[in-house]
Design a protein around this ligand. Sequence first.
Ligand code: XMP
Length: 510
Amino acid sequence: MEKILVLDFGGQYNQLIARRVREQHVYAEIRAYNKISVEEIVKNGYKGIIFTGGPNSVYDEDSPHYDPGILNIGIPILGICYGDQLMAFIAGGVISSAGSGSEYGKTIVYTSSCALFKDVPHESVCWMSHTDYVSSPPEKFKVIAYTDRCSCAAICDEERKLYGVQFHPEVTHTEFGGQIFHNFLFEVCGCSGDWRMEDFIERSVARYREELAGKKALLGLSGGVDSSVAAALLYKAIGNDLTCVFVDHGLLRKDEGDFVEKTFRGQFGMRLVRVNAESRFLSKLKGVTEPESKRKIIGEEFIRVFEEEAGKLGKHQALVQGTIYPDVIESGKGDSAVIKSHHNVGGLPDNIAFDEIVEPLRNLFKDEVRAVGTELGIPNELVWRQPFPGPGLAVRIIGEVTKEKLELLRGADAIFREEISRAGLEKTADQYFAVLTDLQSVGVKGDARAYGRTVALRAVSTDDFMTAEWTRLPYDVLERASNRITGEIEGITRVVYDITSKPPATVEWE
Ligand code: XMP
């Protein structure tokens, strides 16, 4: 399979770059610049390399650099933003600060004809975000694009197939960004485009049929997209040699547990063990109010339950996990501070006795996982499910979690989701849910004074959940949700809408 290397210098768009490449049906993998040597790059046989952007100036003392030998191994390179400057710098060019000539945002770029800009008009819109620029290209390089403020917006050494662009072809604001990637991959690197989801499924099925022949595998199904797709894929490969254990911790949304069971046991006919462990989890959570303690308790209890079930089921050689690519990418940036421990419920300890761990989705981005899920016949409701935290509703109930509060929250949350879906807004917000606050307030129901709980509704729009904006839901949708929640759910007398973005708030309230 042909591969492109995305060499990460700490830019914010590294995953986007890899996705743009994969959209062209070429497999791309991201590696941090300081974790892969030129020798390994040569050994891996990449068809091309993309240097990502980065936050630094090449002259900063601690800016990421790379072995100049990379320019002479015969593999085409496309440098983007910092990657362009770094390539020029290590090839002997000069980088300068543009000072007041810095560009940010949509900019008209004028390109000249070359392989990288095939079918790109002379004048088009690109996205710029830079202070430094290549003020003097290295020997043998020529300038192939400019803007009104930047005399050198792209360079190339056609002989060595080295290309650099100051702008960002990976962001959608760059009008011909897709074409530029296409050109780099097919015109410059000579790729054929062999990365297809159907082939991925076929290859994976063949692979696991062989690797797991005569063995039994166990999978912890959570009902989330990743474990569901991993289950369907492995089931296609090894059928009933796969057993799924679905630990229902009782903290799921309304009817969710039944739906998971119906899909996998009913529709697919998989061997599925559902463990109804609500009371066990609730008793562990009794009196616990601190969010991180809740997470820890739920995570640990999940492991206990899973271990017990695994023990009952007898020897299974393989454990299947729904790890996906963003979970495993090593970053070219430093480590950032932990705000919440997202140790996923379902994350299992190293000491469970399995001979091997199987991670069939390890190389896929989320959108690719969804495409595989659809191809395998998993219902849209599951494949397009919004993210749901492993500790479930426990982190959406402020304070102690009780059965009664869970029921209230489930009801309110289901109504809110139903109203969003009725209004056709499922794709407008990327995550939307209800939170049961610990606030009681006075209300009036019928003619009587009522003292009830306050529910907060939350909807956010985001690309990556690292930052998020509160979604401007139409008032009438909020109104219908509020009326129905207070009308249909006894015990709730007030509904508020959360209008805080992230940062400073987080998506979940706990
Ligand atoms: P925050 O609240 O950190 O949420 O802004 C960002 C995204 O992560 C999800 N989230 C979790 N997912 N276990 C998970 O599996 C957790 O403990 C957890 N906490 C938050 C949240 O739903 C959002 O999508």
